[in-house]
Every structure is written in C-alpha cells, then in structure tokens.
Write a protein that binds this ligand. Structure first.
Ligand code: NAD
Ligand code: TDX
Length: 339
C-alpha cells in the first residue's frame, strides 16, 4: 500500500453537480480540517444550493469553466490536490448534441492536467465504467482494471479520451495521478434527467414513468456516499499511476428498479410507458471492485438497495423546491426525442 497522502486544500471541480456535491458534503463532515475550493460553471446540471450547509470556513466557491487556463493559474497553485468531477454527464444529451462533451470532458480535462503538471499538484480523475462498453446479460465476466476500452456513446467516448490523457500525463510527465471508474450512482441531488430521479418525480407529478427499449438493460447501482468514501480512500491511500474500479455489487435490470419505485410509491406494477430505446444503448454494466477492497481496504456501507432507494424517494418528496423548477424543461426535452 502506498504511503498516506494528507490533503489540506482540495480543488473539487463540478461540485455543484450530483456526485461532486455529495463528495464536498462528505469531506466537510468526515474531514473538517480539509479546505475545499469548488470550481463549477453552473451549467443546467449545476445548482449552488447543493452545497448549502457546508460551513463557510471550510469551503469557497469559484464560478468558472475548467477550460479557462488563466483561471486555473489563479486557483490551482493554492491547492495540494485536484479531484476532477466536472463533466457533461448525460448519455441522452450527448447523443442529441455531442460538442459540449468533447469540450468539457476532453479539453477541460486537458487544461486541468496541464495546471496540475505546472504546479505539481496531486490529481484524482473521476471516471465511469461506461468506458469499457457493455457486457451481455449472461456474460459471467464483470469489468476489472484490465478490461479493454470500448465506449459506445459520445459521452462515454469523451470520458474514455479523458482517461487516456490522464494515463499519458502520469507516464510521460510523472504527474501524481490516480483514476477511478465507478458504476451508476443514486442518492440525493441527482438531476431529474437521470433514470431514478426521473421516475420518482414523474410519479410525484402524476406523469407515467418511462422505460427505454425492453427494460432488461442492467446497471450496477452504488449509493453516492459509497462513491465518496471510495474516492477519499483512493486519494489518500491509492498508488500513484493506478486505476481503481468502484462498485458495490448492485446489478439490477431497469424494469426491476422501476417496479421497486412503483411499489414503494404505491403504484401498480404496470403503471408506466414503454418508450423509444436509446440509440446504441449499452446492455449491461457490472463492476469487480476486488482491487479497491483488497489493496486499499474499502467497503460500501449502503448495501441494502431497497432502503437506499426508499431514502432517495423520501429526499425527492421532501425537496420538491429543489427539482420542481427544472422538471418541466427536462420532460419537454425528452418528449421531443420520443422518450
Ligand atoms: P452532473 O451532471 O450532476 O454534474 C456535473 C457538474 O459539472 C455540474 O455542476 C456542472 O455545472 C459542472 N460542469 C459542467 N461543465 C463544466 C465546466 N466546463 N467547467 C466547470 N464545471 C462544469 O454529473 P454527475 O452525475 O455528478 O457526475 C460527476 C462525475 O462523475 C462526472 O465526471 C461523471 O462522468 C462521473 N460519473 C458519474 C456517474 C453517475 O452515475 N452519475 C457514474 C460514474 C462516474
Ligand atoms: O427515462 C429513462 N428511462 C430509461 O429506461 C432514462 C432517463 C433512462 N433509462 C435507462 C437507460 C439506462 O439503461 O435507465 C438506465 C440508466 O440511465 P441513466 O440514468 O441515463 O444512466 P446511464 O446512461 O446508465 O449513465 C449513468 O451512469 C454512468 C450516468 O448518467 C453517467 O454519468 C455515468 O457515467
């Protein structure tokens, strides 16, 4: 195991979004001695209120673009680590309009790597299991650190490109970098464009949930808090230059997840619409996280998906003010796509 790294001041990009804000809350709660600087462009997916409750002295917020090299020159030198979450993150959007994905996910990562290299700052890269493509439903294999890259969508290919940049910067320039590839996250603050919050808020609005294709596609669900603890573990104990896969053995078909949501919200099992499939729709993701568990001693805490889902449903019920302002526009966009 590598020597422990003790960060004092972390730059967290994209922390006004879903997973980054959960990580900022996690650090503020579990490691209050660490200062967090958030850099976020506040795109449609960012909401500064996701950071409400983090004590002022522990965090500062910079509104800006990761592609802005001059801005990075001002904020990176004061930090001893960068944890890079900022991204265009939604597959369906990447199919409708891929350009922002190349700009933010590829060019933005390049700018951050250059800043990390210039100021010799430790860098942790947040990526996705989607870079490995998909698995057949009956394949006994799961993704592992040696799986070949085979991305399917403009989103996942832009994330794959960014992973390759990080590997090259680590090998060629000796950048102190690590990478993690995580499976599908769920929990509070997730945008209503994504599968689980879309269906929960549809039910709350009296709209029938929408299921793509045959509903048999499988995702490997992990609670976002477990993703945060894994990233913290890799940042502080991970071996420089290494990649770690993050997953919590949460494989479920979309139709099973939807039926759980319907049951937990008092709806009939067939109270949803089948809609047009996503072009290029990945069939199944599944993560083998043995390396992270055995080498770094990490384990997930939220191992009961149904109780995590219940808590997530309760969060959306209690936080209608948070999601209501963006719900209508999100559904209008889907309606145009026949989804
Ligand atoms: P999100 O869309 O909820 O949030 C993205 C955040 O990045 C937003 O706050 C947005 O304003 C910000 N941002 C976008 N472009 C920016 C730019 N150019 N400069 C600065 N900020 C910018 O995304 P998420 O679901 O929280 O995903 C976060 C990261 O985790 C992404 O890198 C994603 O690829 C990765 N990931 C997500 C999942 C998942 O299930 N959602 C799983 C594995 C990995
Ligand atoms: O309305 C829907 N109906 C439906 O059946 C939506 C929005 C989705 N789906 C299906 C498509 C997928 O099989 O549900 C599954 C999950 O869809 P998304 O929430 O869009 O997630 P996914 O495409 O799997 O990607 C997510 O996990 C990996 C994140 O959005 C990525 O950022 C992450 O890298």
């Amino acid at each position: 195991m590598a020597e422990n790294f003790e960060p004092h001041h972390i730059l967290v990009t994209g922390a006004a979004g879903f997973i980054g804000s959960n990580f900022a809350h996690y650090v503020a709660r579990e490691h209050p001695e660490v200062h967090v600087t958030v850099l976020d462009k506040l795109t449609y997916a960012g909401n500064i209120h996701n950071l409400d409750g983090i004590p002022e002295g522990q965090m500062d917020f910079v509104h800006g673009d990761i592609c802005d090299a001059e801005l990075l020159d001002r904020i990176v030198p004061g930090c001893d680590a960068i944890v890079h979450y900022a991204a265009e993150s939604h597959n369906d959007n990447s199919i409708a309009d891929p350009e922002p994905f190349v700009q933010t996910n590829v060019v933005g990562t390049f700018r951050l790597l250059e800043a990390a290299r210039k100021y010799d700052v430790r860098y942790h890269h947040i990526s996705t299991d989607e870079v490995y493509g998909d698995l057949a439903l009956d394949d006994p294999e799961r993704f592992h650190e040696g799986s070949p890259y085979k991305p399917s969508s403009p989103y996942s290919s832009s994330k794959a490109a960014s992973d390759h940049l990080v590997r090259a910067w680590a090998r060629t320039y000796g950048l102190r970098a690590t990478i993690s590839n995580c499976s599908n996250n769920y929990g509070p603050y997730q945008h209503v464009e994504k599968f689980i919050p879309r269906q929960i808020t549809n039910v709350l609005c009296g709209i029938r949930p929408k299921l793509y294709g045959d509903g048999k596609n499988v995702r490997d669900w992990i609670h976002t808090e477990d993703h945060s603890s894994a990233v913290w573990t890799i940042l502080t104990k991970g071996e420089i230059g290494e990649t770690y896969l993050i997953g919590a053995d949460g494989e479920k078909s979309n139709i099973d997840v939807l039926r759980l949501i319907l049951a937990h919200m008092g709806k009939a099992a067939d109270d949803f619409d089948w809609v047009r499939d996503r072009p290029g729709h990945d069939r199944r993701y599944a993560i083998d996280s043995t390396k992270l568990r055995t080498e770094l001693g990490w384990a997930p805490k939220h191992t009961d998906f149904e109780s995590g889902l219940d808590a997530t449903i309760a969060w959306y019920r209690e936080n209608e003010d948070w999601w209501r302002p963006v719900k209508e526009a999100t559904e209008a966009k889907y309606a145009k796509q026949g989804q």
